[in-house]
Design a protein around this ligand. Structure first.
Ligand code: FAD
Length: 386
C-alpha cells in the first residue's frame, strides 16, 4: 500500500491552520454563527492564509494546480471547521466555483472573476435547485433563451448558499424546449445585472452563509459567460461534486471533533456523586465510541480524496463520504451536548449551534438518499451473476 497520510508540507500547513482555527475562529464562532451576516473579516483572513486559491491556476492568483489539491482542500476544511464550520466552508465553495470557471470559463471571465474569489474580496454561489426540482436536478425549468450576443435567463432558484452575499452565481439553465440533462448549460451571472432579485431564506443554521432565492427575469448574459460546453453543463458539474462531497464530510467531522474535545474537557471538570463525571463509563464510553466513529468516517473521506488524487474511480466513495460522515458528526455533537447536561442545550455554548449548522449537510449538495442511490448503482454494477 502506498503512503496513506499527509506530505510534510501538508502537515506543516495543517499545524498552522489548526492554530488559527483554535485561537482566531473558535472564540467568536458562536457569535458569528448567530448572525445572518457574511463573515468578511474571517473570510479575508482565509485569503491571507492561502486557502482560497488551492488547486487554481497561478495566472489567476491561485496557488497552482497539483495532484495533492483534493487532499489538501479536505484537510483545510476539516481543520478550519474545528474553529468555525461556516467560515470553513469557504475554501470548498470558492474552490468549487473557481475550479469550474478555470476549467470551462472564457479567458475574459477567468481573468475578471477568479482573482477576486482567491483574494477573498467576493464570494460566488452555485444555483441549481428550484422550487419544483432539487434532488431531481435534471428537472430544472430555468430557461436560457439565445439572443444576439448571448442569452436571456428567466426562472427561479431557491435554497442557494450565498444568494444574498454573492457577487456572481453559476446558474444552471436549459435551452428552450429541451428536456432532462440534455440542453442544460452553466452561465456565470453577475448578481448586479438588471432583472436579478434575491430573497433571504431564514434557516435553522448556517445563517452567515446568506441562504436564499434568486429570481431572474430576462437577465442578459453575454456569450463569454458560458461556462463549459453549451447544453452539457451538467456532466462537468458532477465531476466537481465528487471532490466537494468528501470535503464537506470532513467539514462536518472537524466541527464534531471540536465538540467531543469540549465534552472530554468538561467531563474531567464536572463532578457528580462525589467524583468527576469522566470516571463514569456512561460518560467515557460514548466519548470513546464517537472518537472511533469520527476516525473511521475521516478515513473514508480521505480515502475518496486520495482516490481522486490517484486518478482512480471515486464517485461512490465520494457519495459514501457525503451521507455517512455528516450523520456520524451529528451523533457525536449530540453526545457532546448530553455530556454537558443542561449546558449542552444552552445557546451560551457552541454545541447546539454546531448541531444546527452541521445538519445542513444532510441535505445540501445532495441528500443522504441521493448519495445512497449513487452507491447502490455501484453495488449492483459489481454483482457477478451466479
Ligand atoms: C443549507 C443548504 C444549502 C444549500 N445550498 C444550495 C446551493 O448552494 N445551491 C443549490 O443549487 N442548492 C442548494 N441547496 C439545496 C439542496 O441541494 C436541495 O435541497 C437538495 O438537493 C434536495 O432537494 P429538495 O430540497 O428539493 O428535496 P427533494 O428533492 O424534493 O427531496 C425530498 C425528499 O425526498 C427524498 N428523495 C427524492 N428523490 C429520491 C429518490 N429518488 N430516492 C430516495 N429518496 C428521494 C430526498 O432525499 C428528500 O429526503 C441547499 C440546501 C440546504 C439545506
Amino acid at each position: 500500500m502506498n503512503a496513506f497520510g499527509f506530505t510534510e508540507e501538508q502537515e506543516a500547513f495543517r499545524v498552522e491552520l489548526d492554530r488559527y482555527a483554535r485561537t482566531r475562529l473558535l472564540p467568536a464562532y458562536r457569535d458569528r454563527a448567530a448572525k445572518a451576516e457574511f463573515p468578511w473579516e474571517a473570510h479575508k483572513e482565509l485569503a491571507g492564509l492561502g486557502v482560497l486559491g488551492i488547486g487554481l491556476p497561478e495566472e489567476f492568483g491561485g496557488a497552482g494546480v497539483s495532484p495533492e489539491d483534493p487532499v489538501t482542500l479536505g484537510m483545510v476544511a476539516e481543520t478550519l471547521a474545528y474553529g468555525d464550520v461556516n467560515v470553513a466552508a469557504a475554501p470548498v465553495q470558492s474552490g468549487l466555483v473557481a475550479a469550474q470557471l478555470a476549467e470551462g470559463g472564457s479567458r475574459a471571465v477567468c481573468e475578471r472573476y477568479i482573482p477576486e474569489l482567491v483574494a477573498g474580496e467576493q464570494v460566488s454561489g452555485i444555483a441549481v435547485t428550484e422550487p419544483g426540482s432539487g434532488s431531481d436536478a435534471a428537472g430544472l425549468r430555468t430557461v436560457a433563451e439565445p439572443v444576439a450576443g448571448g442569452w436571456l435567463l428567466s426562472g427561479e432558484k431557491i435554497a442557494i448558499t450565498h444568494a444574498t452575499c454573492a457577487a456572481t452565481m453559476l446558474v444552471y439553465a436549459r435551452h428552450p424546449g429541451s428536456t432532462r440533462a440534455k440542453g442544460i448549460s452553466c452561465f456565470l451571472l453577475p448578481m448586479s445585472e438588471p432583472g436579478v432579485s434575491v430573497g433571504h431564506m431564514p434557516g435553522m443554521g448556517c445563517l452567515p452563509l446568506g441562504w436564499g432565492s434568486v429570481a431572474m427575469d430576462s437577465v442578459f448574459v453575454p456569450t463569454e459567460n458560458l461556462v463549459g460546453e453549451e447544453g452539457r453543463g451538467f456532466a462537468a458539474a458532477m465531476h466537481h461534486f465528487d471532490f466537494s462531497r468528501s470535503a464537506l464530510g470532513l467539514l462536518c467531522l472537524g466541527a464534531a471533533r471540536a465538540s467531543l474535545d469540549e465534552a472530554a474537557r468538561y467531563a474531567t471538570e464536572r463532578e457528580a456523586f462525589g467524583q468527576k463525571i469522566a470516571e463514569f463509563q456512561g460518560v467515557s464510553f460514548p466519548l470513546a465510541e464517537h472518537a472511533t466513529y469520527l476516525e473511521a468516517a475521516r478515513l473514508l473521506c480521505f480515502r475518496a480524496l486520495w482516490a481522486r488524487r490517484a486518478g482512480q474511480p471515486h464517485t461512490a466513495l465520494a457519495a459514501m463520504s457525503k451521507w455517512w460522515p455528516p450523520r456520524v458528526a451529528l451523533e457525536a455533537i449530540q453526545a457532546a451536548m448530553q455530556i454537558h447536561g443542561n449546558l449542552g442545550y444552552s445557546t451560551e455554548f457552541p454545541l447546539q449551534q454546531r448541531y444546527r449548522d452541521v445538519m445542513a449537510y444532510l441535505v445540501a449538495d445532495g441528500t443522504a438518499e441521493i448519495q445512497k442511490r449513487i452507491i447502490a448503482r455501484d453495488v449492483f454494477r459489481a454483482v457477478v451473476p451466479a
